[in-house]
Design a binder for this molecule. Structure first.
Ligand SMILES: NC(=O)C1=CN([C@@H]2O[C@H](COP(=O)(O)OP(=O)(O)OC[C@H]3O[C@@H](n4cnc5c(N)ncnc54)[C@H](OP(=O)(O)O)[C@@H]3O)[C@@H](O)[C@H]2O)C=CC1
Ligand SMILES: CC[C@](O)(C(C)=O)C(=O)O
Ligand SMILES: [Mg+2]
Ligand SMILES: [Mg+2]
Length: 337
């Protein structure tokens, strides 16, 4: 088994007294900033004027411009959208990235695909929680933690690994476990996971199931409960006790259908497609296409987003969820802006 690091194995003294700049206050940014602050670390948020700036202020976190935060900090964690990082790094961070500081990421995209090349005299490492930022925050406040990966790209000070582990502990990820990787492995596996399974694979599966039922004449509300709402309940059991626990709780009929029909849906063709997706990620085809999409004003991204929001499963879901206030009760609301 790979070596896992948990809270009790990590001495976070190395991070005490250092100023940590969290650049960006979005999904990951707000979670890292608030968790680190509540773990007793010295945090400043660097973000442009606007929504996030105001939110950070309202949350009681010290907030400055990106350049001011980068200048003030010993450790600079870039939590901006991947496609914006290069421009902000070059204009506002690089001028303040002096010898002995640390540059951090939560995903290796810009280092691995050569978009950002930091100077050799700084530490460069990543701490990447394996979960959405809002859940990194929510789980931390509940005393739990989203597991994470860490990787060292440059160790100029000899302290990079200790800093990465202390940071991972500070955001709560050492409660779930920290695993060492490389920038290459983190970047490729994260992109593969989100595209093939967690986001792309899951939404396509749910949508296809919903459409199959609705096109066959069944009620859309029923199709929503069957293919989307209940998926969370099924995945909760897999999360808690693996597939075995889920199969224990469902009926034997469902379990039999799982064994005989799963492979009719996820066929060898699907696995061959997954391998092709992995190749596109590994050889840079995906990254090149995503960078070009951003350089040309995101025409396809915008259309996909619009189509997704207008799909019948979303319209039906909004109405049904409005009648189930308990879904959000007691939770920090994830507001889609
Ligand atoms: N989302 C997630 O859960 C995960 C993300 N990651 C990685 O973490 C990193 C951050 O991702 P994520 O949290 O999704 O990012 P978000 O899209 O949530 O980041 C938005 C933040 O970036 C700010 N921002 C955007 N452009 C600029 C700019 N030009 N100058 C200053 N601030 C700017 C926004 O400010 P404003 O409000 O002003 O627009 C906002 O605060 C990425 O590397 C991602 O791959 C890793 C694991 C999971
Ligand atoms: C699954 C999507 C993710 O990789 C994540 C939340 O871990 C992301 O980039 O947001
Ligand atoms: Mg991820
Ligand atoms: Mg990702």
């Amino acid at each position: 088994m790979s070596k896992m690091y948990y809270e009790q194995n990590i001495n976070d003294a190395v991070l005490k007294g250092k100023k940590i700049a969290i650049i960006g206050y979005g999904s990951q940014g707000h979670a890292h900033a608030l968790n680190l602050k509540e773990s007793g670390f010295d945090v400043v948020v660097g973000v442009r004027p606007g929504k996030s700036f105001d939110q950070a202020k309202e949350d009681g976190v010290a907030v400055m411009s990106v350049a001011e935060a980068a200048e003030a900090a010993d450790i600079i964690q870039i939590l901006l959208p991947d496609e914006r990082q290069k421009a902000v790094y070059e204009a506002e961070i690089a001028p303040h990235l002096t010898a002995g500081k640390a540059l951090m990421f939560a995903h290796g995209f810009n280092i691995h695909f050569g978009q950002i090349t930091p100077p050799e005299d700084v530490d460069v490492f990543l701490v990447a929680p394996k979960g959405p930022g809002h859940l990194v925050r929510r789980q931390y406040t509940e005393g739990a933690g989203v597991p994470g990966l860490f990787a060292i790209h440059q160790d100029a000070t000899g302290q990079a690994k200790d800093l990465a582990l202390a940071y991972g502990k500070g955001i709560g990820s050492a409660r779930g476990g920290l695993l060492e990787t490389t920038f290459a492995e983190e970047t490729v596996t994260d992109l593969f996971g989100e595209q093939a399974v967690l986001c792309g694979g899951a939404t396509a599966l749910v949508q296809a199931g919903f459409e199959t039922l609705v096109e066959a004449g069944y009620q859309p509300e029923l199709a929503y409960f069957e293919t989307l709402h209940e998926l969370k309940l099924i995945v909760d059991l897999m999360f808690e006790g693996g597939m075995e626990t889920m199969r224990y709780s469902v009926s034997d009929t469902a379990e039999w259908g799982d064994y005989v029909t799963g492979p009719r849906i996820i066929t060898d063709d699907v696995k061959a497609n997954m391998k092709a997706v992995l190749t596109d990620i590994q050889d840079g085809t995906f990254a090149k296409d995503w960078i070009k999409e951003n350089e040309t004003g995101r025409p396809r991204y915008t259309k996909y987003k619009e189509d997704g929001a207008n799909h019948q499963i979303e319209e039906v879901g909004r109405k049904l969820r409005a009648m189930m206030p308990f879904i959000q009760a007691g939770k920090e609301k994830v507001v889609v802006k």
